[in-house]
Each structure stands twice: as structure tokens, then as C-alpha cells.
Design a protein around this ligand. Structure first.
Ligand code: IPM
Ligand code: MG
Length: 366
């Protein structure tokens, strides 16, 4: 019999994290009530909240809770309050540690422009309308993790240094993920590197080319990262799947997100080799609007959809959540970040959650 019960570790984190995760949990509760599946959520401290409570961003108790779960849903981490603490204890370090601990090397960041939100983009309608791309970012290697790293005193000045390294096997496994994602989409893969300058990128390019032999149906091309950034703004519709390393992926995925008008709409998945995953909105903790009911919960709700699709193989239920979000947007419900100037009523975080849950109930036909 296939599995009907799923344990989810909720890590609300900091800033708007708790507010948006609360709405995503309502969506999971709705599915538990209205379908034969049961989604059991347990909450653990993470990020700055965990630093305050337990003295570190990724405490042992949170690690143990995540280890026994089937998937992790994360809100957001960080904020100015924790910027001054010792580097190893900053909330962002917790994020890097959890990625490394579970081997979450494959970060999927889809960016799709919803027809009703075209006007929310800062770019012209004809440039962004119809954009539908996926950034596949390597997440546990590259300059984020390379050793040696640190700060050294050299004579009377300080020297900061990091190391960018990638092994063939690290490149090959993320390339496979990207080629397979492309096979399920428009079969076009753009690998982004800086092979004109960096040896690690030279290797990246050659490993991607050799991996491509297994995927003759996927059209592969290569761009240097500076050109890729330019092309993303100039003509984003040329892209289907973008494959890149950790640092370039960090930067390009924010740029891709903004094509859609609001980073408040974009979900992500970070997967390991066993499809165990951490799901989180691409946006940060937005401390400036935290606790005010202004945050857009849709990115987190759409992250739940990705969880059902990628980790639980509940594709229809994942699609039902996506459809509910689309319908809510069609109906004109808007949080502040996606409201045009003509919008008369701005929905709160909770009202947006209400609208999605109501729509989902309709779609599930109960
Ligand atoms: C992201 C974030 C993180 C990253 C930070 C918060 C460590 O920007 O997930 O894109 O750089 O990976
Ligand atoms: Mg980032």
C-alpha cells in the first residue's frame, strides 16, 4: 500500500517566516481533512529564533526533528538583530548547515509569470508575459563551502579569502538533475559559468557537455554568467532550464524571481539524492514588514505544492494547490507586494491564506 501519512518538520524561522508558514500549514491541514492523506506537522526553532532560544541557529533538537520527518518546510531566516553576533552562529549559517547536513545539493527555483500579474513586473509586458523558467542551482558546493576560507592578518592589513572548487562528481550529479528537469519541460538547457576566467568553470562546462551525451533530446547551450544576467533581463523567454553553480545561482535566481514582479510568489525545493527535501520561499525574512500581516504567503504555499510533487509523489494534490493559487489571483485577491495602483483592497497574509484554502476546498470538491 502506498504511504498516506507524512511527517513535516516546520521551521518558521525569523521575520515574516512564522506568518507565511502558518498559512502554508492551513493548506496542509485542509488537505489532511479533505483527502485520505494525513500531513502531520511538528514545529522546531531555526535561524535567529533558535539562536535566541537555544544559542545556535541549527540546534540538535531541530536536527533530530528534521531527521525523523519526511520533508522540511522552512519560512525564512535572519534579520538585523543577529547581524552582529559571532559569524558561526548567524542564522544564515544555520541554513548552510542544514543544506550540508542533509546533502541538499539540488536547488530548484522556478520563476513563472502569472498572466494576471504581468503588470506587477518592473519590465514591459511583452518582455515578461509568458516567462516560465527553472533555475537549477548547485547548493552544497562551490565558493559557499570551499576550504580554505577565512580572515587572516597579513602585516598590518586583514585579508579575506574563499575558495571556489567543484569536483567532477558534484557537477555531474547536478547536471543530471537539470537535464532530467529539462526533459519534463521544453527540453532546453542553458549552463551558466565563467569558463573564460575560472578553471572550476572550465571543468563545469566540460562535465556538462559529457553528461549531455545521455540526453540527446535536450538542446544544450552555454552562457558566461555576465551575459546570462543581461539576457535574463533582455529576453527572459529564451530560457527554459538554467543550470549553474552555488554563487551564480544565488544571484541569477533573485534576478529571475524579480521578472515575475514579486519575489513573494516564488517557491523553491532543495533535494538530496533520495528526493528528501527542504522547501522554502525564495524571499527572505523581510524584517521591515514582519508581524504586520502584510507578507505574501503564496511563495510558501507554492513550496508546499513542490513538496507534494517532488518528495511525496502526490502530483495531483500539488497541482491542486497551484490551481487554487492561480484561481485566487484570477479572482483579484492581492497582498500589497503584488497589488497594482488600481487595487482597492489589499489582502492581509491571513486573508490570502483564507482565499487559497477556500479555493482548494472547491477544487477538491468537498
Ligand atoms: C538564498 C539565500 C541564502 C543563500 C542566504 C540567506 C545564506 O540568499 O537561499 O538564496 O545565499 O543561499
Ligand atoms: Mg539568495
Amino acid at each position: 500500500m502506498s504511504k498516506t501519512e507524512f511527517q513535516i518538520a516546520l521551521l518558521p524561522g525569523d521575520g515574516i517566516g512564522p506568518e507565511v508558514v502558518a498559512q502554508a500549514k492551513r493548506v496542509l491541514d485542509c488537505l489532511s481533512q479533505k483527502t485520505k492523506y494525513n500531513f502531520i506537522c511538528e514545529q522546531y526553532p531555526f535561524g535567529g529564533a533558535a539562536v535566541d532560544e537555544l544559542g545556535e541557529p541549527f540546534p540538535q533538537s531541530t536536527k533530530a526533528g528534521c531527521e525523523k520527518a519526511d520533508a522540511i518546510l522552512l519560512g525564512a531566516v535572519g534579520g538585523p538583530v543577529w547581524d552582529q553576533i559571532e559569524r558561526g552562529k548567524r542564522p544564515e549559517r544555520g541554513l548552510l548547515a542544514i543544506r550540508k547536513h542533509f546533502g541538499l545539493f539540488a536547488n530548484l527555483r522556478p520563476a513563472r509569470v502569472f498572466p494576471k500579474l504581468v503588470s506587477a513586473s518592473t519590465l514591459r509586458e511583452e518582455v515578461v508575459s509568458g516567462v516560465d523558467l527553472l533555475v537549477v542551482r548547485e547548493l552544497t558546493g562551490g565558493i559557499y563551502f570551499g576550504e580554505p576560507r577565512g580572515l587572516d592578518k597579513v602585516g598590518d592589513e586583514t585579508l579575506g579569502f574563499n575558495t571556489l572548487r567543484y569536483s567532477e562528481s558534484e557537477i555531474r550529479r547536478i547536471a543530471h538533475v537539470a537535464f532530467q528537469a529539462a526533459q519534463k519541460r521544453r527540453k532546453q538547457l542553458t549552463s551558466v559559468d565563467k569558463a573564460n576566467v575560472l578553471e572550476s568553470s572550465e571543468l563545469w562546462r566540460s562535465v556538462v557537455i559529457s553528461t549531455s551525451k545521455k540526453y540527446p533530446d535536450v538542446k544544450l547551450d552555454h552562457l558566461y554568467v555576465d551575459n546570462a544576467a543581461m539576457q535574463l533581463i533582455k529576453d527572459p523567454k529564451q530560457f527554459d532550464v538554467i543550470l549553474t553553480g552555488n554563487l551564480f545561482g544565488d544571484i541569477l535566481s533573485d534576478a529571475a524571481a524579480m521578472l515575475t514582479g514579486s519575489i513573494g510568489m516564488l517557491p523553491s525545493a532543495s533535494l538530496n539524492e533520495k528526493s528528501f527535501g527542504l522547501y522554502e520561499p525564495v524571499h527572505g525574512s523581510a524584517p521591515d514588514i514582519a508581524g504586520q500581516g502584510k507578507a505574501n504567503p503564496l511563495a510558501t504555499i507554492l513550496s508546499v505544492a513542490m513538496m507534494l510533487i517532488h518528495s511525496f509523489d502526490l502530483i495531483d494534490l500539488g497541482r491542486a494547490i497551484e490551481k487554487a493559487v492561480e484561481n485566487v489571483l484570477e479572482a483579484g485577491v492581492r497582498t500589497g507586494d503584488i497589488a497594482g495602483s488600481a487595487q482597492s483592497k489589499i489582502a492581509s497574509t491571513e486573508e490570502m491564506g483564507d482565499a487559497v484554502v477556500r479555493e482548494l476546498e472547491k477544487i477538491l470538491g468537498v
